[in-house]
Design a protein around this ligand. Structure first.
Ligand code: NDP
Ligand SMILES: CC(C)CCC[C@@H](C)[C@H]1CC[C@H]2C3=C(CC[C@]12C)[C@@]1(C)CCC(=O)C[C@@H]1CC3
Length: 345
């Protein structure tokens, strides 16, 4: 029988705690006096105060060992969007999240904080200051997003004050910072291959990029404000830097910070999107023969050529969220953290 209520509220588990966001979250939790169990398919580091449990989150028995005596669970594991593997997203993000919820019930966990994504409402067309009440995307931009929508619904619907199991979803957007395996490395790799010469569209589109420490702050605030009588129960919250920036200005600052030239020439959005779609379809057809990984996927082109920024007024009101690190400082810290990606290094 689960023993809710007698556990320490500072005992938590981070599923996906070896990943980029997960590891930053674990480090901050430890600083704040939490005892942390990490559950991940790989162990990437060691840290005092942290116990590692290696396993697949689809394995309920393995998960149960990591959730023993734990009152708060952060679920921030997902296959990388770039894998574009439909079956894997379905298995981990949907079936696996069902398993996480079931294991939380069995272990008597009181709170589940899911890392969702602001992209669950993005269909490839402009979103300006989007609030959480926007409908889920009817035509999500990729398989990853499709499964993030189902995952978020599953977690929010599982919230039950009667059962003493409270849930909340955090929707960050464009996370960046030290150790990010995606944004900066992909950008620099593209630049090194001479493919970062063009701005897609007129370059005026505004986007949210969110520094990882602000995303972590949002998660911890959510966990600490999530109570049976709080408005957070079963709700989703946008967490951003609250400083929308031109997509191409942000990319240029990172590129120039690391010694590369910023893109200068413009290409029409519809032309690039059309080519990206064609390449993606070709890659899909040829997949049984060869595996092609196009750099400019339709998803990336849509993200690079449209407005997509979100209001975090709800997080400010319900949990007192304010970004801790402003964008300018965040970019400096990020650039300094990648000496190995500097031009000529
Ligand atoms: N990065 C971004 O811009 C955004 C990310 N998000 C969400 O934030 C979360 C964290 O993302 P991020 O830190 O960037 O991603 P990472 O890939 O860095 O971290 C995810 C971690 O989960 C692990 N994992 C994957 N599958 C399983 C599994 N079946 N069982 C256990 N562990 C598994 C990964 O291992 P391995 O590396 O071996 O796959 C990795 O260690 C995700 O839920 C993502 O959807 C939301 C919005 C924006
Ligand atoms: C090749 C260039 C046109 C762009 C290089 C940068 C991109 C790799 C990134 C720009 C916006 C990023 C982003 C995500 C991944 C990396 C980018 C496409 C996410 C898809 C990651 C997962 C999410 O939940 C949403 C993110 C939106 C922004």
């Amino acid at each position: 029988i689960p023993k809710r209520g007698i556990k320490s509220s500072k005992r938590c588990a981070v599923i996906g705690g070896s990943g980029f966001l997960g590891r930053h979250l674990v480090e901050r939790l430890v600083d704040r006096g939490y005892t942390v169990n990490v559950f991940d398919i790989r162990q990437a580091y060691e840290l005092p105060g942290v116990t590692f449990h290696q396993g697949d989150l689809c394995d309920r028995q393995a998960l149960l060992l990591a959730l023993k005596e734990v009152s708060v669970v952060f679920h921030c594991a997902s296959p990388a969007p770039a894998s574009d593997d439909r079956a894997l997203f379905q298995r981990v993000n949907i079936d696996g999240t069902r398993t996480v919820i079931q294991a939380c019930h069995e272990a008597g966990v009181q709170k589940l904080i899911l890392t969702s994504s602001a992209s669950v409402v993005f269909e490839g067309t402009d979103i300006k200051n989007g609030r959480e009440d926007l409908p889920y995307a009817k035509k999500p931009i990729d398989y990853y997003t499709e499964t993030k929508i189902v995952q978020e619904k599953l977690v929010l619907e599982a919230c039950s004050k009667e059962k003493g199991f409270l849930t909340v979803a955090i929707r960050p957007h464009g996370i960046f910072g030290p150790r990010d395996p995606q944004l900066v490395p992909i950008l620099i790799d593209t630049a090194r291959r001479g493919k970062m010469k063009f701005i897609i569209g007129d370059g005026s589109n505004l986007v949210d990029f969110t520094y990882v420490e602000n995303v972590v702050h949002g998660h911890i605030l959510a966990a600490e404000h999530l109570k049976a009588d709080s408005p957070l129960c079963g709700q989703a919250y946008h967490i951003t830097n609250d400083e929308p920036v031109r997509f191409w200005d942000f990319m240029s600052q990172i590129l120039e910070g690391l010694g590369y030239s910023a893109p200068r020439y413009h290409l029409p959005y519809t032309l690039v999107y059309g080519i990206a779609l064609l390449l993606w379809l070709m890659a899909l057809v040829l997949r049984p023969l060869i595996r092609i990984k196009p750099t400019f996927t339709p998803m990336r082109v849509a993200l690079a050529g449209t407005h997509h920024y979100y209001s975090c007024a709800r997080a400010k009101k319900d949990m007192g969220y304010q970004p801790l690190v402003p964008l300018r400082e965040a970019i400096v810290r990020t650039v300094e953290s990648y000496p190995h990606l500097r031009k000529g290094a």
